[in-house]
Design a protein around this ligand. Structure first.
Ligand SMILES: [Zn+2]
Length: 151
């Protein structure tokens, strides 16, 4: 037992000291918690981004698969096309553009030398294509009729 009030002072110092250490520890723990919360939030954001990207990639993949199928079908059809009158024809007598090999050509008037003739117009070209037989133009309807009869 020393001087009574010294013990009180020591107790005060100890309490003060330990509460200061405690405060520092709490502050450190708070900082670590805040850092972890921030990391978790960033991680959740990244996860959401990955999910969105994954969904987008899945959709892209489906679209590409469809495109590949369509192109495959087109290539197959194009391989079966024959050339006649300067344009392409399939086995069913459908006509295809001589330039882009797509179907759906429209009959349109065209001028050959001084002669008006029914040609075929494709969206890929400004002027209609004139169908030719032995160096002479042939009306598109006539050529289509002849090709349909060949089947
Ligand atoms: Zn075309």
């Amino acid at each position: 037992m020393g001087i009574p009030f010294l013990g009180e002072i020591e107790k005060l110092i100890n309490e003060h000291g330990s509460s200061k250490i405690l405060q520092e520890r709490i502050a450190l723990a708070n900082d670590q918690y805040a850092a972890l919360e921030k990391e978790l939030s960033a991680s959740k954001t990244r996860e959401a981004q990955f999910e969105t990207e994954n969904l987008r990639l899945k959709l892209d993949n489906e679209q590409l698969k469809t495109q590949v199928r369509e192109l495959h079908d087109q290539i197959h059809e194009i391989n079966l096309l024959t050339v006649k009158y300067g344009v392409y024809w399939d086995k069913d007598g459908n006509v295809y553009c001589p330039k882009c090999k797509t179907p759906g050509l429209k009959v349109a008037w065209a001028t050959y030398v001084r002669q008006q003739v029914h040609g075929l117009k494709c969206t890929c070209s400004d002027s209609p294509f004139i169908l030719m037989e032995n160096g002479e133009p042939i009306h598109a309807q006539e050529a289509m009729k002849l090709m349909a009869q060949q089947r």
